[in-house]
Design a protein around this ligand. Sequence first.
Ligand code: SAH
Length: 224
Amino acid sequence: MSERNPALTGIGMTSSRTRTRMIERLIEQGIRHPAVLACFDQVPRHLFVDEALGHKAYEDISVPIGYSQTLSQPYIVARMSELVLAAPHHERVLEIGTGSGFQTCVLAKLVDEVFSVERIKPLQDKARARLRTLRLTNTQLKMADGFLGWPTQAPFDVIIGTAAPKSPPPELLDQLIPDGGRLIMPIGEEIQYLTVIDKRGEDFDIQQIEPVVFVPMLSGVKTQ
Ligand code: SAH
């Protein structure tokens, strides 16, 4: 990414100093993985929200992206990315809920191949344009109901969800590699926990990481 392109490097509230402050905060919050921290230094988070909200992109908050959806706060994206890298295998990753494409972009820098499904077409269109601007070539996007996963590309080493179902969707568990596959997603209704489910043959090891607030995972697709 060219340091001379102001659209990518940002100015003022989206400058490199603002990014450095965000990274210091992530470290204070317990994020340690150098590759994850490097991503937050490199990925221009302000490009993933509407221009008017660009100055909010580096704060410790979630930011609206339209259609009642939000881009998660930096800490949550970083924490989930660390959980991806801590999985026994993490070459092929499926993301449920492309949204702005920010988490997709972070994952694309950390793993070999990223597949991402989104149910709201206009959000997917914008995310696709952003990923193209950033010249990411190892991502594939699809309009689909994430409850069904992406059967033709399965199995995945890791499936990461950025919207909360009431319980772990069985199709997603099925589409994990049998030995060492990992599902990472918020699960619950009024109270949600960021949950990690590790698949070992027929057994599932479930860990509740921390309470979180995500938008609900909804069935069906929305074309406009
Ligand atoms: N990872 C996103 C977060 C977006 S919010 C980002 O970095 O911006 C969660 C997203 O999940 C929304 O875009 C929402 O439309 C999507 N979503 C909710 N239920 C879904 C489903 N069943 N299938 C696919 N996407 C879904």
